[in-house]
Structures are given as structure tokens and as C-alpha cells.
Design a protein. Sequence first.
Length: 283
Amino acid sequence: GGTACVVTGQPFDTAKVKMQTFPTMYKGLVDCFVKTYKQVGFRGFYKGTTPALVANIAENSVLFMCYGFCQQIVRRIVGVDRKTKLSDLQNAAAGSFASAFATLVLCPTELVKCRLQAMHEMQLSGKIIQGHNTVWSVVKGVIQKDGPLGFYRGLSSTLLREVPGYFFFFGGYELSRTFFASGRSKDELGPIPLLLSGGFGGSCLWIAVYPVDCVKSRIQVLSMAGKQAGFMGTFVTVVRTEGVLALYSGLTPTMIRAFVANGALFLAYEYSRKLMMKQIDSY
């Protein structure tokens, strides 16, 4: 599921990070795509793909594993049987709990990804003299400058994004599946309803938490150039100096990516899960 998400959405994610971190450099999504292609070439859209793959595979593996555990916790809290189907709201709460665990594996890999994606802009703006162009060079730079804890720059903002965001993510997904199922079992849904449900869930997540993600990207990228303020400090600085709309820079590529990538994520997740369950049942 994580792999499908990255393959379909990486170019839009790259544009999102660039526009979030350096909003004055780009007039919009098309301008960002054109300038990136002219300056770096097509490979520029896939900068940070390796850590993005690691991040998404690790995050979604932990997320969906913990989602199952958290569903059982929610069942205990509400006092129902282990096999009882949860409501859409209860599933949303379980997803929100699960995201807190996924954040711990996501934050370090996403920091490396964001830095690689915005490296060219950091050099153009004069914030750094020479950039690191490989995953290993970024990892080495973080360790040398900040030590292992440096990988957790932006952890609080990542948590602030993930916990409420995944409430809307799983809530939107389950609500949409309920709509398409219309009385049938959700497990009987075909690929198109699953794609649309995943896309709707992803859109709900990003609409709800986009300003938080913008602050997180700035903290993770700009901390390359020296000490960077925390979440509240960065948030206040952006609003004071650039206005509230700066917190929504890069929203267009994010919403396109959210629908396409999360549709692919849930489609791959549901079908791979069914395939694995069949294999287990055959034994």
C-alpha cells in the first residue's frame, strides 16, 4: 500500500514541499513543475523517493498493524464483542490512536525526504552553500550536526498532523465505504469504490491538517541552515511575515496527490490483505 502511494504521488509531494518551504519562488503548481523540470530535469520530481518509500512502507505497516490493535482497544472501551463491527466514528478513533505509533517511524524518514526535495531551493536562496544530493549524505549531515535526535526535528508538528488527521482519514474512508456498500458488506466493494473511498479519506486528512504540515515542512527543511524555532515559533513567524495564506502554499498538488495516492494506497492495501488472508486460510 505504501509503495503504491509513493509511486503515484511522489511528483505532487515534491511540488508540495517546495511550495510550502519557498512559497515566493513559485506562482503555482504549473510554474513549480516547469521550473523544476528546467533546473533539475525529470529526476527532480522524484528527489527523496528512497526515503519516501521507506517512510510510507514503515508508516503504513505500523499504521495498519496498530489500527487492528486499536480497533480491539476501542471495542473494549465501548464494551462490545471482539468480532463486533465498529461504527465509522469508532474506526476513525482507532485510526487516530494508531497514527501516534506510526509517527515514531515516519518522522526521521520524512525529514530526510523533505530535505532532499527542497535542497535545490535551499542553495538558490543562499541558506546553505553546498547541498547534499544523496540519502546517505543527508543522513550523515544530520548525525554530524544534531546527533541521532536530529532525525526527530518536527516530531511535535508531525504528531499534531497525524493524530487528528488520521481521525478524518479513516473516518472519511469508512464513511465513504459505507455509502458505496449501501447495506451490503464493505468487503464486497470493487476497485472503483475502494479507489474513490481512499481518495476521499486522503482528501479529508489534508484539508483538516494542511497548515500543520506546512509548519512541519519548514521546520524540517530550514533547520538545515541552523537553529530553527519550534512549532509555535515557526507558525507565528509565518503568519506575521507572510500572512495566513502562506500556510496553504502547495495545497493544489497536495489535494491532487491526496486523492490519487490514497486511492492507490487503500486499493493495494485491501487487495493485498485479501490475498494474504486467502493464503493463510489455505493452510
